[in-house]
Design a protein. Structure first.
Length: 367
């Protein structure tokens, strides 16, 4: 399935049905009076968050979503039927904004959350509503109200606890494959990852967190080099960033210069994203001779002037991955909240006290 994280759609709510001007005409009933019914309401357009979706590909070639209009009113006091609503199912984490004004419309963060995007027009009044004590045969009626029309921009930002950041071929996809059941494409050429991948890391029973792997950044991404930083938006909702560095590059590049370039691009894209908690993960230690590892790690940290946490791992051999996973979970667990609904089977109903009744401490009934 192709990953699409940004589309523009047109939503058009249904128009309300027109009111009817009609009179009761029946044998032996002179001056029957008005009996024109109201028009029906036009259909609404709703947006609903669906946890089973992770892309906006369904809206790439389906740009126009129009609800049907309400039925018109008829004689014999027959009101028009309201039209059916349209529900657009979107992935959790979708941001909906007005494409013309840029104003935010909604942000779907909870599964099953439903938001009204375009309101259907109300139905018009039939002449039955205009009957008064002085006007017994009104001929007025009102047309239905038009439905709302909007041009909306849908932007998907993946909900994840941890985001992987680094140059191409730094080992991000290898790490997410080593610590989770995700199976992204892994190869020895740059930009193997072309779209974000999600992996659920299970630490223990009911203990897990979500990791997001995004395509690699290169120097000049802010100017459109490589894939740019169009996928960095998926890291804005993470609680922790893992800055992965290749300590044994094949082209003899300077890892410190690459790490500084990534930090600069991150700050240029969004200062708030740059200020997020960020840990340094030094990968591919299995490619470094054992007697040189400590010296190379110490030299990198000193030249990079890094003051935060540092983890030495090998994603391919999974060396050092378990301490990293445990440390990540301890950090993420401080922000996770688990809401548990009380079981009504074990909840005793509170007895209603009689007015003016006060329980005494020495009353044997309450011992």
């Amino acid at each position: 399935m192709k990953f699409v994280d940004e589309v523009t759609i047109d939503v058009i709510a249904g128009n309300g049905g027109n009111g009817c001007a009609s009179f009761r005409r029946e044998k032996f009933i002179p001056f029957g009076g008005p009996n024109g019914g109201d028009g029906g309401r036009g259909g609404h357009v709703w947006a609903e968050a669906d946890r089973n979706l992770n892309t906006l590909v369904d809206f790439r070639f389906s740009r126009r979503h129009e609800a049907r209009g309400g039925e018109h009113g008829r004689g014999s006091d027959q009101f028009g039927a309201a039209a059916d609503d349209i529900v657009l199912r979107l992935p959790v984490g979708t941001i909906v904004t007005d494409a013309e004004t840029g104003a935010p419309v909604c942000e779907l963060l909870e599964p099953g959350e439903r938001v009204l995007l375009a309101k259907g027009g109300d139905g018009g009044f039939g002449n039955l509503h205009f009957k008064t004590s002085t006007n017994r045969a009104p001929r007025q009626k009102t047309p239905g109200w038009p439905g709302e029309q909007k041009k909306l921009k849908l932007e998907l930002r993946i909900l994840a606890d941890v985001g992987l950041l680094g140059m191409p071929n730094a080992g991000k996809s290898t790490l997410i494959a080593a610590i989770s059941n995700a199976r992204p494409k892994i190869a020895d050429y740059p930009f193997t990852t072309l779209h974000p991948n999600l992996g659920v890391v299970r630490v223990g029973p009911e203990q897990s967190f979500v990791v997001a792997d995004v395509p690699g950044l290169i120097e000049g991404a802010a100017d459109g080099a490589g894939l740019g930083h169009r996928f960095l938006r998926h890291l804005q909702r993470t609680r922790l960033l893992l800055h992965m560095v290749d300590l044994a590059p094949f082209d003899d590049a300077d890892p410190v210069a690459q790490a500084r370039a990534i930090a600069a691009e991150l700050k240029k894209y969004d200062p708030a994203l740059f200020d997020k908690p960020r840990w340094l993960v030094l990968n591919k230690l299995d490619m470094v001779p054992p007697d040189e590892r400590a010296a190379r790690v110490k030299d990198f940290v000193k030249r990079f002037r890094w003051k935060g946490p540092v983890f030495e791992i090998s994603a391919l051999t999974r060396q050092g991955c378990e301490p990293l996973v445990q440390a990540i979970y301890r950090h993420v667990a401080a922000f996770q909240t688990h809401h548990v609904d009380p079981d009504v089977r074990f909840t005793e109903p509170e007895a209603e006290a009689e007015p003016g009744f006060v329980a005494q401490a020495d009353d044997p009934r309450f011992r």
